[in-house]
Design a protein around this ligand. Structure first.
Ligand code: 2PG
Ligand code: MG
Length: 425
């Protein structure tokens, strides 16, 4: 069955910014749709988004990306078989011709690549997760749910970007949602009692009106307890430090504490947090350019905690292999738009698995109603998923899709649960 049409359009993401949507139509009438999300805290080695610049929409319009799809990508793909993802992605990479996908744009490429994947599943008359599972048993992923947003998602009100919870005691995806909902609600109540409730950050987490980064941790711990859960065994903490946002060249500037730390001092600070709080997962603890720091931190922490690479690994199979050889991180954050195509995303996930790393499929801070990542996380059996907080429909659409899928995944596979965490705490 062949691709008959490719349509690209500008739609709008959860921050009200332009983004790319692609619709692939097959000869049998089945269609697939893909949407590019957008990050705010980005690794420097991510596939580059093509934006127009100029005065319109803060320079963020995507007309050039749409034109590239129309004039170059569509003519090359029409007549090809949507189920041949590998060769279509190879063609997209060759057409673009740059190492960072900056000519046609990572946003154009990932929207197209995802649309082709959806079209292939539609043609096979299968839901995406089932198409990807190819008959293998899969489990619903263990979710990381944000409670407070910070960093680049909250005007840098606090330095740390994501204060999240993991329902380590949950026995199903639906139960993990219930437990996360109670903690999110309790955290909101605590903020309201202090007169510190001030709306939400970009991913729906409560606005981080805190005087110190550690106050957010204390409040998160209090929220877990107020919700009636035992910290650690029932609900644990996950952090995304997103240290590349406040550190370069081994110097880290904590604006809230008005402190400058070197790599060792930040490591020590974070290791102290690991002792004091029930933290089971910590992402980008050091900046992407601080490999020595990441290795040192991993050596000290990876025996009992998941150390996640996002900016540092940028969903690249090659970077995962190198990191594994050098002993940095033990878990990969999988973001399809960092890689730029579905095949490269899958290759990074495979490399992580081969290296004994955990894997977390992740949304971006600028996202849409698209629920594809829930299908990727489930169908690829990634074990974990990160979507943002427990509010705003671009987030809830994904959590709700997970609940739907859980009803369909055949027993006894079920739910990955805390066993999916790397680092074995
Ligand atoms: C991250 C993501 C999601 P962004 O850093 O992990 O929280 O943020 O999409 O802005 O990179
Ligand atoms: Mg991150």
């Amino acid at each position: 069955m062949t691709i008959q049409s490719i349509e690209a359009r500008r739609i709008w993401d959860s921050r009200g910014r332009p983004t790319v949507e692609v619709e692939v139509g097959n000869a049998d009438g089945s269609i697939g749709r893909g949407i590019a999300p957008a990050g705010a805290s980005r690794g420097t080695r991510e596939a580059v988004e093509l934006r127009d610049g100029g005065p319109r929409f803060g320079g963020l319009d995507v007309q050039r990306a749409l034109r590239g799809i129309e004039l170059e990508i569509a003519p090359a793909l029409v007549g090809r078989d949507a189920s041949d993802q590998a060769s279509i992605d190879a063609l997209l990479i060759a057409l673009d011709g740059t190492p960072d996908k900056s000519r046609l744009g990572g946003n154009a490429l990932i929207a197209t690549s995802l649309a082709v994947l959806h079209a292939a599943a539609a043609q096979a008359r299968l839901p995406l997760w089932r198409y990807l599972a190819q008959g293998r048993p899969v489990q619903l992923p263990l979710p990381q749910v944000q409670v407070f947003g910070g960093g680049a998602h909250a005007g840098r009100r606090v330095d740390v970007q994501d204060f999240m919870v993991i329902a380590t005691g949950a026995r199903s995806f639906a139960q993990a949602m219930e437990m996360s909902a109670e903690v999110y609600r309790a955290a909101g109540a605590l903020m309201a009692e202090r007169g510190a409730l001030a709306g939400v950050a970009d991913e729906g987490g409560w606005w981080p009106a805190f005087a110190r980064n550690e106050d957010a941790l204390d409040t998160l711990l209090a929220a877990i307890e107020r919700a009636g859960y035992t910290p650690g065994s029932e609900v644990a903490i996950a952090l995304d430090i997103a240290a590349s946002e406040f550190g370069h060249g081994g110097r880290y500037r904590l604006a809230l504490e008005n402190e400058e730390l070197d790599s060792d001092a930040l490591c020590e600070r974070l290791l102290r947090w690991l002792e004091r709080y029930p933290i089971v997962s910590i992402e980008d603890p050091l900046a992407e350019d601080d490999e020595a720091g990441l290795i040192a931190f991993t050596r000290a922490a990876a025996g009992h905690v998941q150390v996640v690479g996002d900016d540092y690994l940028v969903t690249s199979a090659q970077r995962v292999r190198t990191a594994a050889e050098r002993g940095a991180c033990n878990c990969l954050l999988v973001k399809p738009n960092q890689a730029g195509t579905v095949s490269e995303t899958r290759a990074a996930l495979d490399a992580a698995r081969e290296s004994g790393y955990g894997t977390i499929v992740s949304a971006r801070s600028g996202d849409t109603e698209d629920v594809a990542i829930v299908h990727l996380a489930t169908g690829w059996n990634a074990g974990q998923i990160k979507v943002g907080s427990f509010a705003r429909s671009e987030r809830m659409a994904k959590w709700n899709e997970g609940i739907r899928l859980e009803g369909r995944v055949p027993a006894p596979a079920g739910f990955a649960g805390r066993a999916a965490l790397a680092g074995g705490r």
